[in-house]
Write a protein that binds this ligand. Structure first.
Ligand SMILES: [Zn+2]
Length: 322
């Protein structure tokens, strides 16, 4: 193998690996050069050394950032309500962070969707006292063997204790800790089981993975996600917020309407370019070669999904009618 072939191979390996990478999973970039394990295994392994950054937001709502998807916490006399459970390898750090927020016992856990970086901690949180609430399709994917092609990984069914026991398919309102929580399923977007949670009095919204603040989002076509749904979800999120709303994204820093708007615009711009080219009959390789995400790659492509991979995710979902 000559140097050029070698570099082509490593570049390709880099791009494949970049399907899931550094920032979103809190991994050092050197991880990209190691590669014996699958991305999912590596991400899970990172949980053991994850550092949790706890942010107090408003009205007894906090966020724990650093192990998989961002975790939301509501404290009070009814016990803690937690949104998403991170990696199981971070149990100690997450438990310590939860204790530092308040001494209330863990009582409720809501999963924004089924992905491992949001649900691997379900089993221990359930053992600690949480009743698990999620979309019906989240329970379905966690209950059965589920493959995600873009991660090249097949997930076995989750243990019984990790499964949601209360499921929803339509809007639902919960009243816990003197707070009103609006749970709202999206149309299929990042997966087919995404829900948002809005804390009405605190005016805090958790979007799950329908929003990645500062990163191109992953779209899981294997379990029902698609680019059109991602754009509709971004619009739905914008419709739910004002300039004062604090928004917890699935990945990336806490933000608000301004950052949500920027994200929506990036998705729409790249979607429109890719869609126009696909309608002209351009192949995936031809569209990728035009680099429709190039203008955003430096800022948005540093995490889990780079510009090329995002272009492929968009191409997959656009058709004659969109
Ligand atoms: Zn996800």
């Amino acid at each position: 193998m000559n140097a050029e072939q070698n570099s082509t191979v490593s570049r390709r390996r880099f791009i494949v690996s970049a399907g899931l990478t550094a920032a979103a999973f809190g991994l050092a970039p050197s991880y990209l050069r190691a590669a014996p394990q699958t991305l999912v295994e590596k991400a899970r392994q990172s949980g053991a050394s994850a550092k949790i950054n706890t942010q107090t937001l408003r009205g007894n709502v906090s966020a724990l950032i650093g192990s998989g998807g961002n975790i939301g916490v509501l404290t009070g006399a009814d016990g803690k309500l937690i949104i998403d459970s991170g990696y199981s390898g971070s149990q100690k750090q997450i438990a310590d962070a939860l204790t530092s927020v308040s001494s209330d016992p863990i009582k409720h856990l809501i999963n924004t969707h089924w992905h491992f970086d949001h649900t691997d901690g379900n089993e221990w949180m359930h053992s600690a006292g949480a009743t698990i609430i999620a979309h019906e399709n989240t329970k379905k994917h966690l209950s059965t063997t589920t493959r995600v092609e873009d991660w090249n990984f097949t997930f076995p069914p989750a243990p019984t204790g990790a499964l949601p026991t209360k499921v929803l398919t339509a809007d639902e309102t919960l009243r816990i800790n003197n707070a009103t929580l609006a749970l709202k399923p999206y149309e299929p977007a990042h997966t087919d089981g995404d829900i948002s949670i809005y804390f009405a009095e605190a005016d805090v919204l958790h979007t799950g993975d329908t929003w990645w603040n500062g990163y191109f989002p992953f779209i899981d076509y294997s379990t029902g996600g698609n680019i059109d749904g991602m754009i509709k979800a971004a619009e739905a999120n914008l419709a739910m917020v004002t300039d004062k709303t604090i928004v917890i994204p699935g990945h990336g820093p806490i933000g608000g309407k301004k950052e949500l708007t920027e994200y929506r615009d990036v998705l729409v711009t790249i979607h429109d370019q890719v869609s126009a080219l696909k309608k002209q009959g351009k192949s995936l390789d031809e569209v990728v070669a035009t680099k429709p995400a190039a203008a955003y790659d430096a800022k948005w492509g540093k995490g889990f999904v780079n510009g090329e991979f995002f272009t492929k995710l968009v191409y997959k979902g656009v058709g004659p009618n969109n």
